[in-house]
Design a protein around this ligand. Structure first.
Ligand SMILES: *[C@@H]1O[C@H](CO)[C@@H](O)[C@H](O)[C@H]1NC(C)=O
Ligand SMILES: *[C@@H]1O[C@H](CO)[C@@H](O)[C@H](O)[C@H]1NC(C)=O
Ligand SMILES: [Ca+2]
Ligand SMILES: [Ca+2]
Length: 371
């Protein structure tokens, strides 16, 4: 067992559940993970680094990287050709000043605010979440085994299990009893060994840990987006809006994201068309051309989690604190309902340990835009 369910997933605590209706965020506080302040350490950093080396007479360039005090991530060797190929299905976001965070936080204890002005270098972002088909190509090419496969289990939403399975497994968390730990659930068996992804090849890959996500992005010469990059991408150039398209969740009666309608966790009325994941190409793009930044699946970011805005790496290309226990995830998922997990907003954030896997947690990759 690799992680504690206590800080897992939506429905992170009964406190949230109980207070959600009140909607006074200050009453909704759940203790955040406390992080030590290590102001003498360098903040984490992601970026672009050019270096030409000779290896077996071949020139290679080392490009994108993310650096923390613990380790260096994402340094890789690649050719220019490969890099350009992989700009396919990515959008470029030009450098500039952006505002992230909000002064009207719903979950104060999550560190959603205050608003912060930052500067970002240009970067590329995958237009969609990484799909099962994308991930299958990676596994075929490399033989990669995900952490869920190594650990032998993963978390599945009870409502998606067949009745036989559901009655057989112990519930793992009193606070979030809709999560069950399913033996041999993994990216290609999302609800356990009897399930498959045959008809979900264009749906987002799930049951992938942060470590798995990093491995996939690195394989393509990419990296995970920082939280700041992710949030800027989510906002789509709009200022101070809740969602990637504005403030109205269902403009003109048309859904633009996959969340939960009805009563959570018992009655999913699927007004947006989907009970579980949707294809990564479903729902409209934001102004940057990105889809499903909110909803469908939560997305891992590079950053370690802290609720202390002052410790997130400053105002230029921030990439989170130098170390931590949890990684930041963004965007909410198909299981998020306004009553208990109103986290399908650009400013919202949540956390999991880097080895956590679940049926509503995926990712997309980014790439620095500097050349
Ligand atoms: C899970 O996988 C292991 C290893 O392949 C196997 O021994 C075990 O029977 C599987 N369990 C279930 C419930 O499928
Ligand atoms: C689910 O909610 C809808 C809308 O409120 C209602 O019409 C329907 O009867 C509910 N279904 C169940 C099984 O409770
Ligand atoms: Ca839905
Ligand atoms: Ca998403």
């Amino acid at each position: 067992m690799k992680t504690s369910i206590g800080k897992i997933f939506e429905g992170k605590s009964t406190a949230l559940f109980v207070c959600a209706g009140i909607f006074l965020s200050v009453l909704c506080s759940v203790a955040g993970t406390s992080e030590t302040d290590n102001s003498n350490e360098k903040p984490a950093h992601c970026g672009f680094h050019r270096q030409t080396t000779t290896k077996g007479n071949r020139k290679r360039e080392i490009r994108d990287y993310c650096l923390t005090n613990d380790h260096i991530l994402g340094i890789y060797e690649n050719t220019v050709v490969t890099r350009i190929n992989h700009l396919k299905n990515m959008v470029r976001i030009e450098s500039g000043k952006f505002v992230i965070g909000t002064n009207d936080p719903i979950f104060v204890a999550d560190g959603e605010g205050p608003k912060q002005q930052i500067y970002l270098d240009s970067f590329y972002m995958d237009e969609t979440e990484v799909s099962n088909g994308d991930f299958a190509r990676f596994v075929d090419a490399t033989g990669y085994r995900t952490e869920a496969e190594k650990f032998g289990d993963s978390f599945v939403f009870e409502g998606l299990l067949g009745e036989n399975v559901a009655t057989d497994v112990p519930l793992v968390a009193a606070q979030a009893p809709w999560w069950v730990q399913i033996e041999n659930a993994s990216w290609h068996h999302p609800e356990g060994p009897d399930s498959d992804i045959e008809h979900r090849i264009d749906h987002p890959v799930v049951h992938v840990s942060w470590n798995d996500a990093v491995a996939y992005c690195e394989w393509l010469g990419k990296r995970l987006p920082t939280e700041a990059e992710w949030e800027v991408a989510c906002r789509g150039g709009l200022s101070d809006r809740l969602y990637p398209w504005g403030n109205k969740f269902v403009p003109n009666g048309r859904y633009r994201a996959n969340t939960w309608q009805g009563d959570f966790p018992t009655n999913n009325t699927k007004e947006d068309g989907y009970e579980s994941t949707s294809p990564v190409t479903e729902f409209p793009r934001n102004k940057y051309g990105l889809r499903n930044m909110i909803g469908n699946v939560w997305e891992w970011t590079f950053d370690w989690w802290t609720v202390d805005v002052g410790n997130r790496g400053g105002s230029t290309n921030p990439a989170g604190p130098p170390h931590g226990t949890n990684k930041v995830k963004k965007g909410g998922s198909y299981l998020c309902h306004e009553s208990y997990c109103f986290r399908y907003r650009c400013a919202a954030r949540s956390q999991n340990t880097p080895d956590t896997t679940a049926g509503n947690l995926g990712f997309r990759c980014a790439l620095s835009g500097k050349r």
